[in-house]
Design a binder for this molecule. Structure first.
Ligand SMILES: C[S@@+](CC[C@H](N)C(=O)[O-])C[C@H]1O[C@@H](n2cnc3c(N)ncnc32)[C@H](O)[C@@H]1O
Length: 223
């Protein structure tokens, strides 16, 4: 997949894929989007739990995993992080990435970022006593998730305009099966057809305030 780095409005980088005309993050700010959609609206709502399992759709740059480790509400919370990716970044791509705001002041962010990318694919890797990672090189459409396993799903696929086949009732039924009862799915996308597909998959959907530059985002819950 051909892609190149771009700078977003909050100064943090993202990637652009010309053939899909898609960015990996919001151009209003990659870092602030990730913090808002996945960390604040998801992870921090479960800060009281001793342990958590998270499924991410689209590992990409690893930004969501990085923030989940460092910016969780309780530093002693154990996280089991599974992330699906069909088109992993090349070594040269993730090596050339700089998150100035994160890396300059906190070298531990850079070290952990490198560990995330160096971790073997399709294998459980304990990167830290509090963070277990399994990156799965797999297509979401073929993925058969564990049942009732995840507290949170970070649904961070490319937009439905570019990948309509990933935002279907069938895919959200899989996500519903994968979630524990009371588990939540977060996504930046709030499109009507997407919310209808989630509802048809038996998820309760709410629209909540979105990150800067986007009025709303969606949070879905398994009853
Ligand atoms: C919007 S980007 C977000 C990436 C990542 N969460 C980040 O913050 O960098 C979408 C990601 O989904 C991945 N992807 C696209 N199609 C996929 C598929 N069918 N199955 C799994 N992952 C896919 C892309 O390669 C890309 O990494």
């Amino acid at each position: 997949m051909n892609r190149h780095w771009v700078k977003t409005k909050d100064g943090s980088p993202s990637l652009y894929v010309p053939e899909l005309q898609q960015h990996y993050h919001s151009l209003h700010g990659a870092l602030q989007e990730s913090r808002h959609v996945f960390i604040a609206a998801g992870l921090l709502t479960l800060a009281q739990q001793e342990s958590l399992s998270i499924l991410e759709i689209g590992f990409g740059t690893g930004l969501n995993a990085l923030l989940s480790h460092f910016e969780k509400g309780n530093p002693e919370q154990h996280i089991c992080y599974h992330s699906l990716e069909k088109y992993p970044l090349q070594k040269s791509e993730w090596e050339s990435l700089e998150w100035p705001e994160l890396f300059t002041e906190s070298p531990q962010y850079r070290d952990f970022y490198l560990s995330l990318h160096q971790a073997e694919w399709n294998k459980d890797c304990a990167l830290d006593p509090y963070f277990k990672l399994c990156k799965m090189e797999e297509d979401l459409k073929q993925f058969e998730p564990k049942k009732d396993f995840y507290d949170l799903i970070y649904f961070d696929a490319f937009s439905p305009e570019a990948q309509a086949d990933l935002w279907t009732v069938e895919v959200f039924e899989k996500m519903q099966t994968a979630l524990k009862s009371g588990g939540k799915l977060l996504t930046y996308c709030v499109k009507g057809s997407v919310r209808r597909a989630m509802k048809a998959a038996n998820l309760e959907v709410e629209k909540i305030p979105g990150p800067p530059g986007k009025r709303e985002m969606a949070r879905a819950k398994k009853q």
